[in-house]
Write a protein that binds this ligand. Structure first.
Ligand code: NAI
Length: 344
C-alpha cells in the first residue's frame, strides 16, 4: 500500500517510519498541506493521510475519488476539516479517536497554571536577573469553580486533574457521562449556570454547527468578571473578536488558547520573519494575560506513538477487510462511528 502523507513535520516521521516495513505500508511524506492546490500529489497512491489543518472539502474529495483513492486516514480525532456529508459514498474516512487524552488535558492545566501564576512573565524576568515580584500575584485554584464543556475522554481527564487541585466542577455535555455527576464536586448544569458560576471555563467538545462560537459575546456577558477561558479543543469554539473585546473590557481575566479560529495558515509554521496579517491574533498575543500555543496540546511522545499505531492499524484493516473499526460516517444528519463500513 502506498499512502500520500500530507502536512508532514519532522516529529511525525519516526513513529510512522518504524512501522512502515512491518505493516507493508509505504508512506510518501509531503510537507504541503492537502488542499485544492496540492491534491494532485495524491495521484497514484492508495490512500491519503492528513492532520487537523488539511482542507478536505467537497472539491478535494471529488478529485481524490476521481483518482480512485478510497481511503482518507485522519491522524487525529477531530474531523471538522472534512466535509463528511460530501465524503459519504465517495471516500472512507478513518480517524484516531483517542491518542492521549492525558497529553491534551495536562497541557490545558499547564496553560492555566502558567497563566494565573504568571510563569511566562517570571521566566522572562529571571533570565534578565529581574527578581522583582511586582505584578506577578496569582490566585489559588483550590476552591475555585471550573466549567468544563464536553466531558468526553479529554474533558474527563481534565476534570480529574482539577479535582486533584481541590476545584469544584460544573460540567456541560450534550450527552452527559453516566455516573460523573456526584451531586457535589462535579455537577452537570446547563450552559447558563455554567457561565454564571465558573471562575475558569475549559472547552473539550468537538467543533460542530451547534458548538461554533459557543464562547461568543452573549456567553461572555453571562460570565463572571475575570473569567479565565481555556481552549485546547478547536479554534472556532471561541469567537476570537468577542474574546478580544472581553479582554479589553476586563470582563475576561485571562485566556489560554492552543487553537485559534484562523490557525490553518499560521500554526505549525515558523512565521517569525513575516508580517502578521491577522490583527486579531496579533492583538491577542500582545496582551499580558493571553497565552497562545500553536496547537501543541497533543504533542507528547506517547501521543505520537499512539497516532502512528492506530493510523497504521486503520489502514491495514481497511485494505485487508474492507472495513475499519475507526471509520466515520455521515448519517441521520450527524457524524457517527461506523464500525462495519456498511453505511458507505
Ligand atoms: P470525545 O469525543 O471523547 O469527547 C467530546 C465530548 O463532547 C463528548 O462527551 C460529546 O458528547 C461532547 N459533545 C458533543 N457535542 C456537544 C455539544 N454540542 N455541546 C457540548 N458537548 C458536546 O473527544 P475528546 O477525545 O475528548 O476530544 C475533544 C476535542 O479535543 C476534540 O473534538 C478535538 O477538537 C480536541 N482535540 C484537541 C487536540 C489538541 O492538540 N489541541 C488534540 C486532540 C483533540
Amino acid at each position: 500500500m502506498k499512502i500520500a502523507f500530507f502536512d508532514t513535520k519532522p516529529y511525525d516521521r519516526p513513529a510512522f517510519d518504524s512501522r512502515s516495513e512491518s505493516s507493508g505500508i509505504q508512506f510518501k511524506y509531503f510537507e504541503a498541506k492537502l488542499n485544492e492546490d496540492t491534491v494532485d500529489l495524491a495521484r497514484g497512491y492508495d490512500g491519503v493521510c492528513v492532520f487537523v489543518n488539511d482542507t478536505v472539502n467537497a472539491n478535494v474529495i471529488d478529485r481524490l475519488a476521481d483518482m480512485g483513492i478510497r481511503l482518507l486516514a485522519l491522524r487525529c480525532a477531530g474531523f471538522n476539516n472534512v466535509d463528511m456529508k460530501h465524503a459519504k459514498g465517495r471516500l472512507h474516512v478513518v480517524r484516531v479517536p483517542a491518542y492521549s487524552p492525558y497529553a491534551v488535558a495536562e497541557h490545558t492545566m499547564a496553560l492555566l497554571l502558567t497563566s494565573i501564576r504568571r510563569i511566562h512573565k517570571a521566566y522572562l524576568r529571571s533570565r534578565d536577573f529581574n527578581f522583582s515580584l511586582n505584578g506577578l500575584t496569582g490566585f489559588d485554584l483550590h476552591g475555585k469553580t471550573v466549567g468544563v464543556i464536553g466531558t468526553g475522554r479529554i474533558g474527563r481527564v481534565f476534570i480529574d486533574i482539577c479535582r486533584g487541585f481541590g476545584m469544584k466542577v460544573l460540567a456541560y455535555d450534550k450527552y452527559p457521562t453516566p455516573g460523573l455527576d456526584n451531586g457535589d464536586t462535579v455537577r452537570y448544569v446547563d450552559t447558563d449556570e455554567l457561565f454564571a458560576n465558573s471562575d475558569i471555563i475549559s472547552l473539550h467538545c468537538p467543533l460542530t454547527d451547534e458548538t461554533h462560537h459557543i464562547i461568543g459575546a452573549k456567553a461572555l456577558e453571562k460570565c463572571k468578571k475575570g473569567v479565565v477561558i481555556l481552549n485546547t479543543s478547536r479554534g472556532s469554539l471561541v469567537d476570537a473578536e468577542a474574546l478580544l473585546a472581553g479582554i479589553k473590557s476586563r470582563k475576561v481575566g485571562a485566556a489560554c488558547l492552543d487553537v485559534y479560529e484562523e490557525e490553518a495558515d499560521l500554526f505549525f509554521e515558523d512565521n517569525s520573519g513575516h508580517i502578521m496579517e491577522d490583527d486579531i491574533l496579533a492583538r491577542l498575543i500582545s496582551m499580558p494575560n493571553v497565552l497562545v500555543t500553536s496547537h501543541q496540546a497533543f504533542l507528547t511522545e506517547e501521543a505520537l506513538e499512539n497516532i502512528a499505531e492506530t493510523t497504521v492499524n486503520n489502514i491495514r484493516q481497511f485494505f485487508a477487510e474492507g472495513r475499519c473499526e475507526n471509520e466515520l460516517c455521515y448519517r441521520r444528519g450527524d457524524v457517527e462511528d461506523c464500525k462495519d463500513g456498511k453505511c458507505f
